[in-house]
Design a protein around this ligand. Structure first.
Ligand SMILES: [Fe+2]
Ligand SMILES: [Fe+2]
Length: 328
C-alpha cells in the first residue's frame, strides 16, 4: 500500500458519532491527525524493515556465494594437497630406489676393484717368483731387469701412452727371458760361440716363455714380449721372423732397452760398453734390428740424461738393498 492510499483511507475514516442525535464529539480532527501520524510511522517502520530484509537477503546471498566459492577452493586445495602428497611420496620412493641402486652399484664396483687389485697382486707375486727362478738360472742380475723396466717405461711415456699401459709395459718387460728356465745350463752359460743346434735351443726360450705365462689377460703383454723380443724390424729375427709393426709395440720397445742394457753391462764373457758406445750401436740398428721411430725416442731420452739418471737410481737402490740384507 502506497502512502497516498493510506492517506485517502485515513481521510475517509468516519469519526462522527453513530447516533445522529448525539452531539458532535470534539477533537475529531486531532484524532485524524494522530491516525495520520501513526500510519506514517507504521509505513516508515515497514519500509525500513523491508530495506533491512532486502539488505539482509543481499548480504546472505553474497555470503552464500563466498561460502560456495570458499568450499570450492577448499576442495581444490584438498585435492592439490593429496596430489602433492602422492607426488612427494612417489618422488621419495624414486629417490630411495635410486639411492639403493647407487649403493648397490658402488658395492659392486668396490668388489670389482678389490677383486682386480687382488688379481693384480697375485699376478705381481707370480712375476716375482718367476723372476727369482729365472735370475738364479740365467745369472741375469735383478738390476738388469730393473733398468730394462725403467727404460721401457720411459720410452712408453715419451710416446704419450696412458699411464696404466706404461705400467703394464714396464712390469711385463721383466719377464722377457722367463723361458730360459727351460734352457740347459751348459748352453745358457757357454762362453763359447754357439753351434747352430745350440742356437736353436736358445731360440726356444721365446716360445717357452710365452707358454709359461699362460692365458691370463694380466700377462697378455708379457706373453707378446716373451715371444717377440728377439724379432727384428727387418724380419730377420726369431722365432717367427715377424717384421715391422707385426711385432707388438711393447716387444719393439723391450728389444731396444734389453740390447742397450746388455751392451752397457758387464757379462762373464765381456766388459761393459760405455753408454755412448751402446747408444751408437742402437742407432746403427735403427731400421734394421730396431723400429727407427723408437730409436729416435730412445736417443732423445739419452740426450736428456734420462737413461743415465735411471741407471744411477737403480744402482743406488740395489746398494740400499745390499746394505739392508747384509745388516740382517
Ligand atoms: Fe731373450
Ligand atoms: Fe734381458
Amino acid at each position: 500500500m502506497s502512502n497516498d492510499d493510506t492517506k485517502d483511507m485515513v481521510e475517509t475514516v468516519d469519526v462522527s458519532p453513530r447516533d445522529p442525535d448525539l452531539p458532535q464529539v470534539p477533537g475529531g480532527d486531532v484524532f485524524r491527525q494522530l491516525l495520520h501520524q501513526a500510519v506514517r510511522v507504521a509505513d516508515m517502520a515497514n519500509s525500513q524493515a523491508m530495506r533491512m530484509a532486502l539488505d539482509f537477503a543481499k548480504v546472505y546471498e553474497r555470503e552464500q556465494g563466498v561460502r560456495a566459492q570458499f568450499e570450492n577452493q577448499l576442495k581444490q586445495m584438498t585435492l592439490m594437497e593429496k596430489q602433492a602428497t602422492r607426488y612427494a611420496e612417489d618422488l621419495a620412493g624414486m629417490l630411495r630406489s635410486e639411492r639403493e641402486r647407487r649403493q648397490e652399484l658402488e658395492r659392486a664396483l668396490e668388489q670389482e676393484r678389490i677383486a682386480s687389485e687382488e688379481l693384480r697382486r697375485t699376478g705381481l707375486q707370480g712375476i716375482s717368483h718367476l723372476l727369482l727362478a729365472a735370475t738364479i738360472k740365467d745369472r741375469t742380475t735383478g738390476t738388469h731387469l730393473q733398468r730394462v723396466r725403467r727404460y721401457v717405461e720411459a720410452i712408453a711415456e715419451r710416446l704419450g701412452l696412458q699411464s696404466a699401459l706404461v705400467e703394464e709395459f714396464g712390469y711385463s718387460s721383466v719377464m722377457h727371458d722367463v723361458g730360459k728356465i727351460h734352457t740347459p745350463d751348459h748352453i745358457l752359460q757357454s762362453e763359447h760361440h754357439l753351434s747352430d743346434a745350440e742356437f736353436s735351443v736358445i731360440k726356444q726360450h721365446c716360445i717357452d716363455g710365452e707358454k709359461m705365462l699362460g692365458t691370463a689377460r694380466f700377462f697378455e703383454t708379457a706373453r707378446a714380449i716373451a715371444r717377440e723380443h728377439h724379432e727384428r724390424w727387418d724380419g730377420k729375427g726369431y722365432p717367427d721372423g715377424k717384421k715391422g709393426e707385426e711385432i707388438s709395440l711393447a716387444a719393439r720397445i723391450v728389444s731396444i732397452a734389453d740390447v742397450f742394457d746388455a751392451l752397457t753391462s758387464k757379462r762373464p764373457y765381456k766388459e761393459a760398453w760405455s753408454a755412448e758406445a751402446g747408444l751408437k750401436a742402437i742407432e746403427a740398428g735403427a731400421g734394421e734390428r730396431f723400429d727407427p721411430e723408437l730409436v729416435a725416442g730412445f736417443v732423445a731420452l739419452a740426450r736428456e740424461g734420462v737413461l743415465e739418471r735411471i741407471s744411477s737410481e737403480v744402482a743406488a737402490s740395489s746398494d740400499d738393498e745390499q746394505l739392508g740384507s747384509s745388516a740382517k
